[in-house]
Design a protein around this ligand. Sequence first.
Ligand SMILES: [Zn+2]
Length: 435
Amino acid sequence: MSTARTCSAGFTLVLVVSLLVLVPPAAAGGIRAIADANAPSSANGIRVIENSVEHSFAQHVTFTLEASSDAEISEVYLFFRAIHDEATEKKRVSLEDPSQDVSLEVRHDAMRYPLPPFAEITYWWQITNAAGQELKTPPQQFTYHDNRFSWDRLSGDGITIHWMTGDGDPAFAQTALDIARASVRDIEAELRGSKPDPLEVFIYDSEANLQGAMVLTGRDWVAGQARPELGVVVVAVPEAQGYTSRMKRYLPHEITHLLLYELVTPNGYTYVPTWLNEGLATANERLPTPEYALVLEKARRAGELIPLEDLCVPFSPDAQTATLSYAQSGSLVSFIREEHGAQGIRQLLAAYADGASCKSGVEEGLGVTFRELEADWQMSLNPDSGWRTLLDKVGLWIVVPIIGLLLAVPMMGGLRRRSKELPTEGEGAELKRVS
Ligand SMILES: [Zn+2]
């Protein structure tokens, strides 16, 4: 996570010197972290009386400090940093009327300057008095979780399912936990990696409520997101008919991103091309998205498949292009599995984890060129490709008699079967999906 933010403009400061400020009660759902009782609260003649933080998710984070000193307090700094962020936010609090006692609040505007949802935030103060003495408070942490809602939770095997109180029941949560657990088992088996510990899944009741917990913008078709660096998955699954189907699609998809991140390390993750990352996630969905087969076949027939090279980078935010990108990537990964097995997938990932380029990784991992992989995969999409492959493998002398035999059988099956495999327009109308 490396969200760039401008620090100073994100703060408002409430400062009262020599007066005890009554901090307003936490906003609905607000959580207040109080200073660690074991942490030193005084040094060098400076004493910390109160050190706390509260937040209203996506609105504000308010840091409160009350301190006194043997000499006038001349300088106060607040520092905080989200886990995995490289830059520390810093704010020098201006003390217009120096006093031995200060009570102040610093408010960070989380609406204009968002913090990473669900991230652990570390903060500390540095206080200096007129005698040149200094106190730096021990770093303290709080989790910037979504306290707009209250949550219920169910845990098992290092996985915790959080669902919005009132939207779902223990059966709903157990279904999610079972699907998450089975997904982890299968993905671990293929990648020979392990899941983050803990793995947290937050299930929202709607895409609208989910949006505030995501960092994407302009992708309102997204119904889920993974935060691999935090071990967090967020999805929108209303407790309505068909929730199991949504869970079977969304949960394995997002969990794949988490396990991939763990396997290739944070640095290696940046080298994994989007087609492979999203392709694995899509191919792992435990209930295929019918729309993907439809758009893939349509694009193939129209000669409008997206060049694989264009799928090395993040997909277009345009919903239609993104749908085809996911469809192609999932299909390509399934093709690689069939041709090269789980070993091929692992070799590909190892090449990218080592910093291979999008193209060279294919050659290193699979022993074929990028162009060959793309051409072979496209060939496999062709309905005739089965015959072509067979022809290549066993030769004309055995295929011709088989064709003759099949032609003698009444033409009942083939076309009908094929049309059944493709979803109807109605089935393909599901646009919401995970990213
Ligand atoms: Zn994804």
